[in-house]
Design a protein around this ligand. Structure first.
Ligand code: GLN
Length: 464
């Protein structure tokens, strides 16, 4: 069973029909007008095309907004069946992916801050830093001319953060696809273009090479239908004719429009933290006791566990569980499973140390006294040592809970729909990065203050 799940596409080969099938499709987070969020909904040219093609061909799609590089990683690990993300058809990529017919002409261009009069050509980039998107054509192009013009290329994951770093001055220019730059500039993202575009690289829908052939054929058929019926042009026009339409106009507007998405994000943040922390407590208790056990094997196991998860970054495990594990095992790992595994194992390692420290901090005389009064080891632990240890552990546990809540924001890298992820989706669409981050920050702050109060109250009640 698990093996079949790992390679769903193998089944779809040959004459297999797409009718009634549901395909999981990965996309970029920030690539307006191709994919972005509006009032919490994923929208854009790619999204509309894909949905219209799916409807025309009778299949369903489940779209995962992952980020460009992450979407490609998800495709390689079979976490998604296909990718539509303003993805350029290149010879290199054709070695590992099969592409649909091209559906949009594109290419790379450079942009600088609107108020920058110093950079007017590649020559002016000497000794400076530019940004480009990890794994994207903009990055490939910038790197290909970096040496010639003597500049540095810094890679970021999202168009919105790239633009922001140009405006903030940490990079002087950005290399991105010109339709995307033009759309952002029309919306007032604070950039301008000064050099010619570099044509080339039409967009195509991608699947893994030799896999999901039925899906690819259906995409091509659907695309041809949409072109013939005029719907293709309609979709394009609806985004490109007036790019300034429907933007929230002020801070308050932005706040109101973003609230539903942010509340979903907050809920997911709280839920994943609660589930993970409950598991972390269980793991921490088990491994904490193992660490102080007299048995060298148990001690060894617990120490290894703590060392591994305390000694490696959380983000590494998020990638490992979400992208690595499915490839190694053929299992289907959802983003929730990967998120909970990551957070709970990480926090579990810290809780184990808190438990160990708490128990060891109780004066050994307490245990001796209790035992000399005739209580057994287990009872003495349960009645005398653990209540005292728990009291001492509580502040550290509350600390760890808050750290876990904040760390859950790292899961945005695998497309987990928590609070900061929702914030990114919002500023990806409207380029109001600072305001959106401010709102997100305030929500985190309020949530954490409330949680701290609640935890302290519980502490006072139970640890009297
Ligand atoms: N068209 C570019 C590429 O395929 C960028 C795509 C993107 O950033 N979503 O590399």
């Amino acid at each position: 069973m698990a093996l079949v799940v790992g390679a769903p596409s193998a089944l779809a080969q040959g004459s297999e029909s797409v009718e009634g099938q549901t395909y999981v499709i990965g996309t970029d987070t920030t690539f307006a007008p191709f994919e972005f969020r509006q009032n919490g909904e994923l929208t854009g040219i790619d999204m509309d095309l894909l949905r219209a093609i799916a409807e025309d061909q009778g299949f369903e799609v489940e779209i995962r907004s992952l980020g460009f590089n992450a979407a490609l990683a998800a495709l390689s690990s079979n976490q998604v069946d296909g990718v539509i993300a303003g993805m350029s058809i290149t010879d290199e990529r054709k070695e590992i992916y099969d592409f649909s017919e091209p559906y949009f002409e594109s290419g790379v261009q450079m942009a600088v801050a609107a108020n920058n009069d110093e950079i007017t050509s590649y020559e002016d980039l000497k000794g400076k830093t530019v940004v480009a998107k990890t794994g994207a054509e903009g990055e490939t192009y910038a790197k290909s001319i970096a040496e010639e013009y003597g500049f540095q290329v810094k890679s970021l994951d999202q168009s919105a953060t790239m633009y922001e770093s140009v405006k903030a001055g940490s990079a002087v220019a950005v290399f991105d696809d010109y339709p995307v730059l033009a759309y952002g500039i029309a919306q007032g993202n604070g950039l301008k273009t000064v050099t010619d575009k570099v044509p080339g690289g039409s967009y195509g829908f991608a699947v893994n090479k030799g896999e999901n052939t039925a899906l690819l054929a259906a995409f091509n058929d659907g695309l041809a239908e949409l072109k013939a019926s005029g719907e293709y042009q309609q979709i394009l026009d609806s985004y490109l004719a007036d790019p300034t339409a429907a933007q929230p106009s002020n801070f308050f507007d932005l706040l109101v429009k973003s609230m539903p998405a942010l509340m979903t994000g907050l809920w997911h943040t709280l839920l994943v933290t609660a589930i993970s922390f409950a598991i972390a407590m269980a793991l921490g208790l088990i491994f904490g006791f193992m660490k102080i056990s007299g048995n060298i094997v148990l001690r060894g196991i617990a120490t290894t566990f703590v060392n591994i998860f305390r000694g490696t970054p959380l983000l590494l495990w998020a990638f490992m569980f979400y992208f690595g594990l499915p490839q190694l095992t053929g299992w289907e790992i959802s983003v929730w499973t990967a998120g909970v595994l990551t957070l709970s194992l990480n926090a579990g390692a810290y809780v184990a140390e808190i438990v160990r420290g708490g128990i060891q901090s109780v004066d050994p005389g307490q245990l001796e006294a209790s035992r000399s009064l005739g209580l057994g080891y287990g009872k003495s632990m349960q009645k005398v040592v653990i209540p005292q240890a728990f009291k001492m552990m509580t502040p550290s546990l509350i600390n760890q809970l808050i750290i876990s809540l904040k760390d859950s924001s790292l899961l945005l890298a695998i497309g987990f729909t928590e609070l900061l992820y929702q914030g990114q989706q919002i500023y990806a669409a409207n380029f109001r990065v600072t305001e959106t981050l401010l709102i997100v920050g305030i929500i985190y702050f309020i949530a954490i203050m409330a949680l701290t109060k609640l935890a302290n109250y519980a502490d006072r009640r139970f640890n009297k």
